[in-house]
Design a protein around this ligand. Structure first.
Ligand code: ADP
Ligand code: GLC
Length: 486
């Protein structure tokens, strides 16, 4: 199959979270399976310098954007066999210090930036000599693609490819003032309550849900959750109406990036049969964190955007209580200044037990995954979550709240001791998380049980090989269906 993927973030070119990992890994997995995957993404600052082998394509975009026009160039990079990346080069829109914001302030022209990007995706889908069988768009930034394609179909595009929309996080919808709708150059009738309009505002993700041929989200449980009022972020009604084309597919892990045997970020390799390396990684991590180097003290870690979704409030509450026991904690995160203050307070109270790093650090993230004993992910909601799956492979027992993909990927110690790979808790409050941490301390005090649990965690398989078939089914079902229509 020829699959054109479109995303505002793709690892290893740009990343603010799991979206980048997922799209990068999915494209690679499709190519490995013998399909032809091409990915479209903006050319952000720094990418060209890091990948000087990219080439300019003899193609110039000149597309209407509201009352004006916007121009861009196209670059391409052959990443590996069957995998090409297209970069949309509009220096005014994408050559900036951040992807969506600087400091904590969103760029004022995000509507222009991503509506233009969506138009470039549609233009490529239509005019590339290489014809995609499916266009696979990810999140709100390209949510308008299905509507733009449907409009071009009405204006004479004979046989457009079907569009699959994957929702990575329903909490981010790309909502803009109604005036931004003019930038789409779509006819007025797309701006109604079953389309792009949401309480008189433009909602890019909603437009995607309304007009995509097929919708997926990143875990089976989240697919069910988002059709309820509690998790639906105002779109549950529409999602219920579209339930027939909505499926949940758990993300896979790219084990060529996330592994403990061939990983340049780690202090020493290790594996199920050679666990001494994990101890070494823990000691080195304790050293660089400035914590007492002690094998017997359990080390807990978190790597996260500091956002409400991630359960920071209950984590701060639970840690304030539990750090009075024998344990250490490390955080790598960035986000809300208010949450950062909360973690700084923890360091002040427990200077010998807590270490925090604010910012983004790829190497440190692998070192934390490898050096910790337990990984905390107490999310309020979690569409899939990747870090708990990385933790499993690194033998770092995940402690997760039973929601979304966290529930789908971790087997709880109390519920199923013989198959368990982690610890789960249900209620969203600091007490429930503190209780889960207490269970972890009990597990830590029983080396045989801990070793068995680690072994099960490290050998559980979330590779894309397991997952890719679900995406191919989703692609095949709509391409067959579409062909029947013509
Ligand atoms: P989300 O996409 O909601 O942030 P995921 O668990 O799906 O959550 O993915 C988060 C990804 O971002 C993981 O690869 C994680 O390691 C990475 N990450 C998050 N915060 C940081 C950080 N401060 N430094 C380095 N990597 C980070
Ligand atoms: C989103 C979600 C996260 C998911 C990631 C990749 O950022 O918050 O749960 O793992 O996308 O699909």
């Amino acid at each position: 199959m020829n699959i054109l993927l479109a995303s505002s973030e793709v690892f290893p070119f740009s990343k603010t979270g799991g979206l980048a990992d997922m799209v990068g890994a999915l494209a690679r997995a499709l190519a490995n399976e013998g399909h032809e995957a091409r990915v479209v993404t903006p050319l952000y600052r720094g990418i060209q310098k890091k990948f000087p082998e990219m080439r300019r394509v003899d193609w110039h975009f000149d597309l209407p954007l509201g009352l004006g026009w916007a121009q861009a160039d196209l670059w391409e990079l052959d990443l590996e066999r069957g995998l090409k990346i297209y970069f949309i080069d509009h220096p005014g829109f994408y050559d900036r210090a951040g992807i969506y914001h600087e400091g904590n302030i969103s760029y004022a022209d995000n509507a222009e930036r991503f509506i233009f990007f969506s138009k470039c995706v549609v233009h490529l889908s239509r005019y590339l000599p290489w014809r995609p069988n499916v266009v696979h768009v990810h999140d709100w930034q390209v949510g308008l693609v299905p509507a733009l394609v449907s409009q071009q179909k009405q204006e004479g595009w004979g046989n457009p490819p079907p569009i699959v929309l994957t929702i990575h996080n329903l909490a981010y919808q790309g909502i803009f003032p109604a005036e931004a709708f003019a930038l789409t150059n779509l006819p007025k009738y797309y701006f109604h309550s079953d389309g792009a309009e949401f309480f008189s505002l433009l909602n890019c993700l909603k437009a995607g849900i309304a007009y995509a041929d097929s919708i997926t989200t990143v875990s089976p449980r989240y697919a069910r959750e988002i059709t309820t009022e509690e998790f639906g972020c105002g779109l549950d009604g529409l999602l219920r109406r579209r339930q027939r084309v909505l499926t949940g597919i758990l993300n896979g892990v790219d084990y060529t990036e996330w592994n403990t045997t061939k990983n340049p970020h780690l202090f020493k390799p290790y594996s199920v049969g050679r666990m001494a390396g994990k101890k070494f990684n823990k000691a080195e991590l304790q050293k660089i964190l400035g914590l007492p180097v002690a094998a017997e003290i359990p080390l807990f870690g978190t790597i996260s955007r500091l956002a409400e979704q991630k359960g920071v409030d209950i984590q701060l509450g639970a840690l304030a209580e539990m750090l009075n026991t024998k344990m250490q904690f490390v955080l790598l995160g960035s986000g809300s200044p208010e949450y950062e203050r909360g973690y700084r307070d923890l360091v002040r109270h427990f200077p010998n037990k807590v270490s925090v790093y604010f910012g983004y650090d790829e190497t440190l993230s692998h070192r934390i995954e490898a050096g910790c004993d337990f990984f905390l992910m107490p999310s309020r909601f979690e569409p899939c979550g990747l870090n708990q799956m990385y933790s499993l492979r690194y033998g770092t027992i995940p402690i997760v709240r039973a929601t979304g993909g966290l529930d789908d990927s971790v087997i709880d110690w109390t519920e199923n001791p013989k198959r368990s790979t982690g610890i789960k808790f249900a209620e969203y409050n600091p007490r429930a998380l503190a209780k889960a941490i207490r269970k972890a301390l009990v597990l830590y005090s029983q080396p045989k049980l801990l070793a068995d649990c680690r072994q099960r965690a490290m050998t559980s398989d979330f590779s894309w090989k397991q997952t890719i078939g679900h995406y191919l089914n989703a692609f095949n079902s709509i391409t067959t269906h579409k062909q029947e229509q013509y």
